[in-house]
Design a protein around this ligand. Structure first.
Ligand code: FE2
Length: 142
C-alpha cells in the first residue's frame, strides 16, 4: 500500500506538471493521498520501532544489526516525510492564494516523491530480507 500511494502521488504530480490534470483535481488528490500515506507510514514505523523490532530482537539476537539499520532508515524517512508534508501544504495553500507561484514548488515536490519511491522500495525490500527468515526460522506469526 505504501509503495502504491507513493507511486500515485509521483504520477499525479508529473501529470499536473505536464498539464494532463487540472490544479483543483491535483491539490485534492495531493491532500487526500498525501495525508493517507504520511499518517499510515508514521503509524507503521512507530509500531515497528516500539513493538515489532524489539520482539524480533528478543526472538533472535542476529536481528539486532538489522534493527539498527532499519531504525536509522526510519529517522531518514521521517525527515523526508516532513519535507513532503511542508511542501505539499504550501502547494495546497498557494492553489487558493496565488496559483502562479506553484511552479516554484512543484518540481522539488516531484523530486521528493521520486526520492520517496526509491527509498521505500529499498527499505521495504530490506525489511522483507531481514525479517522473513526470522519469522520462518522461529515459526512466528503462525
Ligand atoms: Fe519500516
Amino acid at each position: 500500500m505504501f509503495r502504491q500511494l507513493g507511486e500515485i502521488l509521483l504520477s499525479k504530480t508529473q501529470r499536473f506538471m505536464d498539464n494532463q490534470i487540472d490544479g483543483a483535481g491535483y491539490v485534492t488528490g495531493l491532500g487526500q493521498y498525501g495525508d493517507m500515506l504520511i499518517r499510515n507510514l508514521h503509524g507503521h514505523h512507530t509500531w515497528e520501532d516500539r513493538s515489532y523490532f524489539p520482539e524480533l530482537s528478543r526472538a533472535d539476537r542476529r536481528f539486532q544489526a538489522g534493527q539498527e539499520l532499519l531504525e536509522s532508515d526510519h529517522l531518514e524517512l521521517d525527515n523526508l516525510l516532513d519535507d513532503i508534508t511542508q511542501r505539499s501544504n504550501r502547494v495546497i495553500k498557494l492553489f487558493d492564494l496565488d496559483p502562479s507561484q506553484i511552479k516554484n514548488d512543484i518540481g522539488p515536490l516531484r523530486e521528493e516523491f521520486a526520492k520517496l519511491s526509491v527509498f521505500l522500495n529499498r527499505h521495504l525490500t530490506d525489511e522483507e530480507d531481514l525479517i522473513v527468515p526470522i519469522l520462518l526460522h522461529h515459526k512466528m506469526r503462525g
